[in-house]
Write a protein that binds this ligand. Sequence first.
Ligand SMILES: NC(=O)c1ccc[n+]([C@@H]2O[C@H](COP(=O)([O-])OP(=O)(O)OC[C@H]3O[C@@H](n4cnc5c(N)ncnc54)[C@H](OP(=O)(O)O)[C@@H]3O)[C@@H](O)[C@H]2O)c1
Length: 484
Amino acid sequence: MNRGYPDRHLIVIFGATGDLAHRKLIPALYELERHSQAKGRATIMGVARAGISDQEYRQQVIDAMKAAGETGPEVTDWAHRAIFFQTLGDQGSAAYQALRARIEELEQSVGSPGNRMFYLALPLPAFPPTVEALGAAGLNKSPGWTRIVVEKPFGRDLDSAKSLNALLHRFYSEDDVFRLDHYLGKETVQNLIAFRFGNALWEPIWNRDRIKAVEITAAEELGVESRGAFYEQAGAVRDIIQNHLLQVLGLVAMDAPAGIDGSSVSNEKLKVLKSIAPIREQDFVLGQYAAGEANGKSILGYRQETGVKPDSRTETFAAVRLAINSWRWEGVPFYLRTGKRMAKKTTKIVVTFHCPPAAVFNPYIVCGNESNRLTITLQPNEGFNLAFQVKIPGEGMRLHTQEMRFRYADEFGKLPEAYQTLLLDVMRGDHTLFVRNDEVEAAWQVCEPLINGKSEVYVYPAGSWGPSRTDAIAEGGQHSWVNQ
Ligand SMILES: NC(=O)c1ccc[n+]([C@@H]2O[C@H](COP(=O)([O-])OP(=O)(O)OC[C@H]3O[C@@H](n4cnc5c(N)ncnc54)[C@H](OP(=O)(O)O)[C@@H]3O)[C@@H](O)[C@H]2O)c1
């Protein structure tokens, strides 16, 4: 990982008036300005089609910071010193030439040496024309470095991801492209690397000999809220499984990388993705929430949400059993599950170990799923629990499952936001927490059977753990989902 001070640079945010920019990017950039090695090194230019002045955009930034809980002269000073705005209007070539002229003028006035980060916080259909227009305007090169950040989703399927990769490579080298999956910036996800390879304890048992099953769940209590129209184009597989969960799976299942750098980590994640056996119809379940109840309140079904078609087949839930054909993992089922309107908000990895080989305690215990289990909670209450057996004091040999528990908040307090980490890494040119072109294509390849539109979408009540059929795929691997 590159941990040096970033060079002085300009960040151009496309989609600067959108939800992502307001809620995540602006607060993260402010935090970096205050508390990181990036202090005083970034000038920010917002870009969108809307006609907005510098002053109006600065007000948007101040409002966004207020919504994030930060107000006061420091915020106002930063907005007036470091934030600018350029309108793209019809996005024609004249608009891009004007953008280029404004960038050069701004760099001169603030003394920035021509290092540029283009951040595409845009809807997916706007990615290709924007990349094309940047290239045509010569904004793929600069006197310093030029880096382009592409938000997820990266394509809609394998073909569109390949086309987007090819288009990016027409103008930028792979070293200049940062495919962003914000899960990789979460401290708890980064900690998977430290946990697995910074401790000698785990590696000897992190394989088919000792591990019975691995489960990765990303469950949300919320539904699609105001984003029904967006979600109709996405669905649970494209929104969560293809990117976040397969990336987490890569870090859980990979071999030790040669080093903690972009290409070594990507090489190992890619090996995992390429070793996943083709998914069969009996290996997965898709679902869509119907009206239900949670915390005593009745909840609308997905098809009743604003922006959703009344006969929509978009899945709001997906669960899949994966087999990884490798020496390390042959025979170990990996279960991925995600859903909206689930019984509980949680993102966690559950590693269930085999029972002791000789059942010396029978008939006092039945070794079910609970003898040894490691639960890594990615959010909320970040940390991990390790379950093991202890003797219950008193007469006879009776066993009880006890947990050792570590919580990040107890030890380290508030964790940095993922976007802070990732933006700083782009400033430094560090790819370790980003997704390489071949990884993103391999992940789409894995998901193809789930997104071909041919599978049944089963209804589940809002506030539950998904369609009842989900249990069948787990029991096929003799496992029960951990619903806590
Ligand atoms: N919001 C999140 O929490 C989140 C999280 C992860 C990933 N993402 C991804 O980040 C991207 C942006 O999401 P968002 O939630 O910020 O979207 P949004 O709220 O709809 O904002 C979109 C932004 O892009 C601009 N825009 C819209 N259509 C455009 C077009 N056809 N061409 C050029 N510019 C266009 C809009 O301004 P103008 O209309 O004025 O151009 C606006 O600034 C999406 O790809 C999304 O999947 C978002």
